[in-house]
Design a protein around this ligand. Sequence first.
Ligand code: AMP
Length: 198
Amino acid sequence: MMKLILLGPPGAGKGTQSQRLVQQFGIPQLSTGDMLRVAVAAGSPVGLQAKTVMDRGELVSDAIVVGIVADRILQQDASRGFILDGFPRTVGQAEALDTMLAERSLGLDAVIELKVDEAALIDRMAKRVADTLARGETVRKDDNPLSFKTRLEAYRVQTAPLSAYYAGRGLLRTVDGMKPVDEVTGDVLALLGEPADR
Ligand code: AMP
């Protein structure tokens, strides 16, 4: 049973590293951003509420995302653990998660923070857009300079305080997210006590 949170600003590599951890541990990646995008595409009530806020790069309400995560972690595939990618993003969400887990006598194993330079994030966003277009796929609506700036600001103001929140609980582990992708994965696995010779 491995329950992890990946913390870091937009473009830090949370999604990429989550997928590596999915392969390593065979537990699902729970990305609230992905779940919200599915809801938006489906035109569900949650999706309709979330769409404009997401397009602008602001955070969806705690009530909506906490509800989504509460349902998701009860599903069968999450019974052996999960990797939370993009949740929690506010102290309120972190507290709600603590309550959810405590009700089931569960706790987190680690919160892994990917540290990156802000200047690099803008370049990564531009690269993500170019790669997506090259694959002939649709670019995320919030991957534009204005929304991205808002997303960075939301991270700084609302999400960055979670580092202290989890450090205070002895759960925070920090990784240099500026290294090449494979090295970051190696560092993450090392701090989780996994052998490096994968
Ligand atoms: P992401 O794919 O993680 O970058 O999330 C994309 C967008 O979905 C964010 O900019 C928010 O608008 C929304 N979102 C995703 N996760 C959360 C969350 N935990 N709390 C609030 N909004 C979220």
